[in-house]
Write a protein that binds this ligand. Sequence first.
Ligand code: NAP
Length: 493
Amino acid sequence: MQSDMKTPLLSTSSSATSESEAPPPSLSSPVISIIGSGDFCRSLSIRLVSCGFRVVVGSRDPGRVLRGLFPDGVELRSQREAVEAADRVVFAAVYPEHYPTLLGLREPLVGKVLVDVSNAASLSGGGRSNAERLAEMFPKSSVVKGFNVVSAWALQVGAHDGSRQVLISSDCSASKASVLQLARRLGFSPVDLGGLCASRHIEEASLTLFPSWGGPVLTTFLLFLFFYGYIFVRHILLPYLDKGENKFYQLPLVTVNETLPSVALVTLALVYLPGLLAAVLQLGRGTKYQMFPVWLDLWLCSRKQLGLLSFLCAVLHAVYSMCLTLRRAAGYTLLNAAYQQVKGGVQNSWVEQQVWRSDLYLSSGILGFGVLTLLAITSLPSVGNALTWREFTFVQSGLGYAALTLSVAHTLFFGWDLAFFPSSYPYFLPPVFLLALILPCSVLVGRILLALPCLTFRLTKIRRGWESRRQRPKHDPEPGSTGVDPPRNFGDI
Ligand code: NAP
């Protein structure tokens, strides 16, 4: 089997070959077999043939399979004949519950690479994977997990339209290398996930729905519910119950537009808060070599999603704001105000302070939105991958804090001096912009404190691998020391 594994799968170079460059299958082309003649098999055979491979399909009853569903050149045979015809690689394109029916193929499969393309039936989170069970059934073949994350449709149309990534794992590195090479030849981007123990994760990958988005979406949704409910109670429900004022017409647009900026601002603060908490933990522990709590790890991993959700809320706020004047209610309100002004004999309603306030409010909002857009663009993998690590951290951290500062300024200019008037606290409820500012302002203050030289100095040292005395093992004196406890220095504070 070892000597077989040394045989190259493909005679040509390992570099990806495009469909147009692929030579037509000839008698010298490698033969790849597929067991099962269903949807996956059909799409895979189309792709393999177009990339220059000869394909033999193994069916329980080849006479029943519709020949016209397969491209020219594909041979339909019995399962045993197909396995025997394969040069080296055999795909098992049947459902895992049918694997036991393949046990009769043990002997012809000896020394061959058996590719398991099945998906998990449910998210059981544990237990043996389909690929591990297949490996137990065929101990003399080398089982490789792969191609299950690619749909039959993506296989057929080519890797350009569907996801290009193919996750691959196997305990036999030579067989895995062959399948990685094959995936590249088919135009996919194979990702080596290591041994067959990773196959459970690969099989479940196709069942998870946006796995990294659940927490951030739920957080944003709960924030939306909180602010929307708060505004509803403060602006609409209590005035209605108290004075009989009917402002329910504000629910679909005005209330949503008041909610969105608060959600965007708090969500943006949530992007930067875990970084500060991580820095405080490292400072407190005096080392970077201790694990963060799980919740902080998860939070740190959700920052991109939180940032994009904040951007989404900001975009919606911008669009809603532009539509505010299109409302019939806005027209009536303007006419009524103009009438009252004429009736009151006011010729000039210009208030210099309000002019400055609105211009500063709009300008800081537009700038903040612009910077946030830049952040969102650089979080796209295609753009982010083109940046160096230094450039990426500059944009995501430097410009991120700039976006947060501008958004806070936008909110402060909106509130102006409102917070100082008792009339702004009807029913003892503070204005919503004050609530929305609590977390972002705390984050900005925290960032400023961390920028103090004494803290920056210590944090930089810690992130370069320095550890405080109480973290160091007793037998490991500080470099250059005599082993005697050195006096406490600035960094040990
Ligand atoms: P399918 O269309 O139902 O084809 C399965 C094939 O298995 C049948 O054509 C049949 O071939 C064979 N088969 C059926 N019953 C059998 C039995 N009792 N014993 C032995 N063989 C039997 O399914 P598929 O969509 O091609 O999926 C096949 C595998 O690919 C599954 O494990 C699936 O998870 C995986 N997959 C599918 C897709 C996709 O988009 N379809 C994507 C990723 C992974 P013969 O009658 O010729 O023997």
